[in-house]
Design a protein around this ligand. Sequence first.
Ligand code: CP
Length: 319
Amino acid sequence: MFRARHLLGIEPLAPAEITTLLDLAETYVELNRRTVKRSDALAGMTQINLFFENSTRTQSSFELAGKRLGADVMNMDVAHSSVKKGETLIDTALTLNAMHPDLLVVRHPQSGAVDLLAQKVNCAVLNAGDGRHEHPTQALLDALTIRRAKGRLHRLTVAICGDIAHSRVARSNMLLLGKMEARLRLVGPATLMPSGARELGVEVYEDMREGLKGADVVMMLRLQKERMDGGFIPSEREYYHRWGLDAEKLALAAPDAIVMHPGPMNRGVEIDGTIADDINHSVIRDQVEMGVAVRMAAMDLLARNLRAERGRAASGVMA
Ligand code: CP
């Protein structure tokens, strides 16, 4: 069961749709571990990746995902495109839409930009991160990583730590983990908490040691300096002392707690390098692996819905 036309955020997804996508992603985890990593789920389809912000993990995994599913994949080089001559996002999208892509993967610094673009094109659109709004495939890959490590999502205590106010990763994870009945804690300085955090039905902790007590999952976030327009922390040194994850603070979490980070990491700012590399707790590399599988599953499901919609249109049946 997966009804979505686009993947613009976690907000509109039902828990059953999330489970359907994660279950399909499991099959792609297996495929990706084979020597021959080929499927024809997107054979004959065209995927365009349109990134207006830098990316290592998301762009490369969407490209690999599309290629492994048999799509023709084009990475738009925004830095050398006519965007630099003043062409708008919508005109860029309409131009690409005229080339009949089937899947458009978009990252943009403005919240809501991907949603707006999806209203102008007739292909399936996947949000690869828009401003502070949502990063749905990140939350889905995080959920798959947690489910594989812990066997479930419900009734787990998940501490999301750091710069929550500026983080689309935190927002999508809060939405997804809330839908899947995990117990959520937000941990960080008051200056980096979203307004109204306490009204979101989550526990809020300024004291990281209190927030980590007994947590099953510790999810660290980068300071999103590119989205800050003022002084939010006294200094990086002070921030690391109070909110950086080190061995002493991690010892307060459950003994089998997993440590997550969406990347890119700033070692020595929000996380100690040895914790990030500690195979007894860190699942950061697993998150990267799950990213390819989740993006394959997301594009596969959207492509099935797109084919069905086109089939209905071709036979004159109203959706
Ligand atoms: N987690 C994430 O979105 O990483 P990139 O910015 O490298 O894509």
